[in-house]
Design a protein around this ligand. Structure first.
Ligand code: SAH
Length: 351
């Protein structure tokens, strides 16, 4: 069955015409789905009962409900575990920054990339998420914000990072449809500049994305500065070697003018030494790029530990001294279930 929330505006017009309705019904329906982010047809008051019945019988409408919702007392970060219609679970996070509200969403159930330090890949990839399931993570969190709102001001999720479970470039077609809908001026009208897609480095997809010139920020999960070390941490590096990945990232910057972002999870004794500083300088010196250091979140399945804060700061300063634009990512929601993919795993294990 078609998922109505996964259709672009143009596809929705065709769908609605195919159901014997006037095209303007698509405009109304799209607005209910993507501006008002409604969770049921009942609330779509300007659509006829017969049209809504037809919709309900012929189309699905992805609607996520939170199975678990953990709110950090420290910074208001909210971590969600959503149940999908086939009972699989996905994780999403809502973060409050001084520049606005950011949603971190998942792109797949599980992941097949198998990065050694990541909890999301441990059970492999189960399936891709539909565009509607990616959107609904944002919409369901928005409905929560609306329910809590005080005063007249509409809460707005204005930044999206696709850094939850899954490899977004391994679900490329659905990712593009998601981007089309979330940035549509008939929907949430999110600025593409406020969207970050994080990838482990699927080279052909980086080129395709660059050629589309969408203007989003691309974050590359680097995690090591030599091919040998990177391969040990990230199996995908055997398919797409580091030099090819770096070339693809340079191409992305050339084509889009968007500064690349590199992510580097610091693991004590593994990738936090002086030779790693030198390696990073070799890769990034002189580039218009941003490097984000993330002290690794330990997961119970592996014995990787983060360096202490002083060592992390030293690592940062050595890079900074050599002109690298580098920050240490502030850990948000430290008092709620930590690392990527862990909430889903803990929950699955408990089941
Ligand atoms: N598949 C995408 C998105 C993954 S999650 C990618 O590989 O980029 C976003 C970031 O979190 C990635 O850089 C990922 O490598 C990193 N990450 C995964 N597990 C982590 C952990 N336990 N601690 C710190 N960072 C982690």
């Amino acid at each position: 069955m078609i998922d109505i929330r996964s259709l672009t505006y143009e596809e929705l017009i065709e769908q609605v015409i195919g159901m014997g309705e006037k095209p303007y019904r698509a405009r109304q329906l799209y607005e209910w789905l993507h501006v008002h982010t409604k969770a049921s047809y009942d609330e779509m008051t300007n659509l006829s009962r017969s049209f809504k019945e037809k919709l309900a019988s012929e189309c699905e409408m992805t609607t996520l409900r939170a199975e678990v919702r953990q709110r950090s007392k420290e910074d208001g970060t909210c971590k969600y575990l959503f149940r999908l219609s086939d009972n699989h679970m996905v994780e999403s996070v809502l973060m409050r920054h001084d520049y606005g509200i950011t949603a971190c969403i998942s792109s797949q159930v599980g992941c097949r990339m198998g990065c050694r330090f990541c909890a999301s890949g441990i059970g492999g990839r189960i399936r891709n998420l539909l565009p509607g399931e990616m959107l609904e993570q944002i919409y369901a969190m928005r409905r929560d914000l609306l329910a809590e709102k005080k005063g007249d001001e509409e809460p707005r999720i204005d930044h999206v990072v696709i850094m939850g479970t899954g490899e977004p470039l391994d679900n490329f077609k659905n990712l593009l449809t998601f981007l089309n809908i979330i940035t549509s001026d008939r929907g949430q009208n999110l600025s593409i500049r406020n969207i970050t897609v994080s990838t482990c480095g699927i080279v052909p997809r980086i080129y395709e994305l660059a050629d589309l010139k969408l203007g989003l920020t691309l974050a590359l999960s680097l995690h090591a500065s030599s091919q040998e070390k990177r391969e040990k941490l990230m199996p995908i590096a055997s398919t797409y070697p580091l030099d090819e990945v770096m070339e693809a990232c340079d191409y992305y910057f050339e084509m889009t003018g968007r500064r690349m972002s590199y992510e580097y999870s610091l693991i004590a004794g593994v990738n936090d030494g002086d030779e790693d500083v030198d390696g990073l300088l070799g890769l990034l010196a002189g580039k218009n790029a941003h490097l984000n250091l993330i002290p690794i979140n330990p997961i119970s399945e592996r014995d990787y530990e983060p360096p202490d804060m002083k060592a992390a700061r030293d690592f940062q300063h050595k890079l900074e001294k050599n002109g690298i634009n580098v920050t240490i990512r502030r850990s948000m929601g430290a008092d709620i279930d930590g690392a990527c993919g862990q909430l889903r795993r803990h929950y699955d294990v408990k089941l």
